[in-house]
Design a protein around this ligand. Structure first.
Ligand SMILES: [Fe+2]
Length: 382
């Protein structure tokens, strides 16, 4: 696949080999950047070195905040915003996966609109403006480099909340920096993109464009994820997965996610060691049984990318569950919630907590969210 440029609203995403270098044209009007990264992948992938060389060449000064970790908390977001303000940054450049890009987008809002992250997460303050954000995306999962969402945790409350923050001005989906992505992240970030496709195509906010993007994304993932796991340094596979994740990002930007993401946020809010993708994979197959039973035509259209024999009828609900589970097992995903310290004895308590949190997004789920369904989905993850 030759390099290309996607335009989505005012966001420009460069996809393909050399995409990082294309950001230079967008950044050259900036004076001082705060680079936002995690502790390892930006450096180990080579993206940080290449980005700083580019900035030095353009005469743009920069500082770095490298403290973002998976399932980031509100205090990390506040620290980034503080570093941006104190360093006089006029823009942020996120270099990392979803946690890094999400945190930078959220901090860009706080750096301009004021306040603290938890006020926004609790809904007592709304974004009024943001400083510009640019992103070098280092996973093929969240779609954060093209959408308007951020997710953060209020750690002591065990709450993980997604909210609208800001679109990046420009992003790079450059496969050169994904060659060193570990297998587990290759799997789980792609599974995140797959559920963005499955959920956006079946949410109550679905639309025809979302359905097309979701189907295309699921087809690419079903073909290229096994290849990327076989040949991690294959740039064609990485580029295809980056594209699949980006269009799934547009799909959720239009039509949102629903039951799988809502329930996953409950679990990784309680145990931040549970990665987003791993949590989705645990809850997803059984969830898709209920989804298929409720909206079989929409569900079959996207699930046929995994199993061409799935019919657009409710009696194929179990086959829908099996199709997703078999695909996951086929790419090496076969875990249980017990692997993350949860026990079946907690099912009632987990169900009650989930019901409280799920209430906020229940209108997006294509079936009525009853406690017995939530309990069954949670139970299937053990
Ligand atoms: Fe996600």
């Amino acid at each position: 696949m030759r390099p290309f440029t996607l335009r989505y609203g005012e966001t420009v995403v460069h996809v393909g080999e050399g995409a990082l270098g294309m950001l230079g044209a967008h950044l050259k009007a900036r004076r001082r950047l705060l680079l936002v990264t995690g502790s390892r992948s930006a450096r180990e992938s080579g993206a940080l070195g290449d980005a700083t060389k580019m900035l030095d060449g353009l005469g743009i000064s920069w500082d770095i905040y490298d403290g973002v970790f998976p399932n980031p908390t509100d205090s990390v977001v506040d620290e980034i915003a503080r570093a941006a303000r104190e360093g006089g940054a006029d823009a942020l450049l996120a270099i990392g996966g979803g946690s890094v890009v999400d945190s930078a987008k959220f901090a860009a809002v706080i750096a301009c609109s004021g306040g603290e992250a938890r006020e926004y997460l609790r809904g007592t303050r709304s974004p009024s403006c943001a400083i510009p954000v640019y992103a070098v995306n280092l996973t093929h999962g969240t779609g954060s480099e093209i959408d308007r969402y951020s997710v953060a945790n209020i750690a002591e409350e065990g709450l993980k909340i997604g909210m609208e923050t800001v679109y990046p001005r420009a992003s790079a989906d450059d496969p050169l920096y994904l060659r060193s992505l570990p297998d587990s992240q290759t799997r789980y970030t792609t599974i995140d993109a797959l559920y963005h496709a499955l959920e956006s195509a079946t949410s109550t906010a679905r639309n025809p464009m979302t359905a097309s993007l979701a189907r295309e994304s699921a087809e690419i993932i079903s073909r290229w994820l096994p290849l990327a796991l076989d040949r991690p340094r294959d740039l064609e596979a990485r580029t295809n997965l980056l594209y699949a994740a980006a269009i799934a990002g547009i799909a959720i930007d239009n039509s949102v996610t629903h039951i799988v993401h809502l329930l996953e946020h409950v679990l990784s809010g309680i145990n931040p060691r549970l990665s987003h993708g791993a949590g989705l994979a645990l809850l997803g197959p059984r969830s898709m049984r209920y989804v298929h039973a409720a909206v079989p035509e929409e569900s079959a259209r996207v699930l046929r990318a995994l199993d061409p024999g799935i019919a657009p009828t409710s009696d194929h609900a179990q086959r829908a569950e099996e199709a997703v589970r078999e695909f996951q097992v086929g790419v090496g995903i076969d875990e249980s919630l017990s692997d993350y310290g949860f026990s079946e004895g907690e099912l009632d308590a987990l169900t009650s907590k989930a019901m409280e949190i799920v209430r906020d997004g229940a209108e997006l789920v294509p079936f009525e969210v009853k406690p017995e369904i939530v309990r069954d989905i949670l139970r299937s993850a053990f």
